[in-house]
Design a protein around this ligand. Sequence first.
Ligand code: NAD
Ligand code: MG
Length: 402
Amino acid sequence: MKQSVAILGATGSIGQSTLKILTEHSDDYQVYAVTGQHRITELVDICLQYQPKVVGIPSVQLDQFKKIAHEKKLQPLPELVFDEQGLVEISSNSEVDIVMAAIVGAAGLLPTLSAVKSGKRVLLANKEALVMSGDLLLSEAKKSGALLLPVDSEHNAIFQCLPESYFSHRNENKQPQLGLSQILLTASGGPFLHFDQSQLENVTPAQACKHPNWSMGQKISVDSATLMNKGLELIEACHLFSISEHFVTVVIHPQSIIHSMVQYIDGSTLAQMGNPDMCTPIAHALAWPKRISTSVQALNLFDVQKLDFYPPDHQKFPALNLAREAMRVGGTAPTILNAANEIAVQAFLEGRIKFTQITNLVAEMLNQVSAQVASNIENILQVDRHVRERSIAWIEDHGVPL
Ligand code: NAD
Ligand code: MG
């Protein structure tokens, strides 16, 4: 019987790669539901090709959806669900076996949590949800039996290098288990790896969104340029693999061929390697523990020839240490970091702050707002809202005048 898949964020970069894999394996999987926030024409095209039963859109897009669906003769019309509540309904729908959580940012938190609570196989691309509420998501997964599988290429690589029994040994003391000594989280270094401080001051959104190795959505592209993406991933790794932040070392590896490594106490280092294409980790998480084919070319080491590794420059890229500090503080500190970063990235993309002000704002919010125990989802969402408001006010005071 075919497994039924819901893709939250189907119009995005991860959503598109997921659809590509599902097309190649249409004997085993069917697209049950898709969602999209903007790009409604693309969403209707997805409906024409995959005939999902349910589609999630913002209620303000209803007229636009109907108009384009009529023009493109989409028949029959799928069931439409709206806004956050609609996304939550999709991810808890009893007809759905697998949820691809590929909405960007905090907007993905409640739908992801709902998929986890409903015991689904959750393919986790939406790292911000885990950063905001890692303990909560993992404890809900334990209760419901949901399978939370990392799609982020680094975490998927680490997952592949760990023994399967690692996950039944999760414990609360945040010590590595089963002979693991350290995780080496690789980072490309982004488009500004070799820029100096004065050049960084004046980079544009277009430059920041032009990643050397990966083609991704705008937000994660800017995060990769500030190295905040690696900071978020450090927090993600601590939650997924139940370890403290000092067991995670960040290694700059500009070729993005090694997607991360795991070191063991006997001196072994295991790496997962491959051409940088998100179809590999998506296919791995979709079918695990089975392996399924993708159209990603196998690695040709004679073409690669050379792999470089550097330590990160914390002076130029303060984001990593901000994330480490937030993880050390714990509670809602990562929620504060994430909310400030989301507002800052948006403001940078709109030309309202400089690139270097992104991490200034995050540092400021971590200083100004005290972290609390992240006791429940309401508490986390309230901190998220509060930090967003304060961040907007900070930008009004310190941003570049339009
Ligand atoms: P994207 O911007 O290309 O797509 C985002 C998707 O989320 C779109 O479908 C959009 O319609 C939807 N969306 C945006 N705002 C929304 C809102 N408020 N409510 C509901 N839906 C909304 O982003 P992406 O690059 O596909 O990244 C998606 C997630 O996956 C991010 O969390 C990112 O960090 C993570 N991720 C991406 C990559 C990558 O290669 N692109 C790699 C690893 C992890
Ligand atoms: Mg990644």
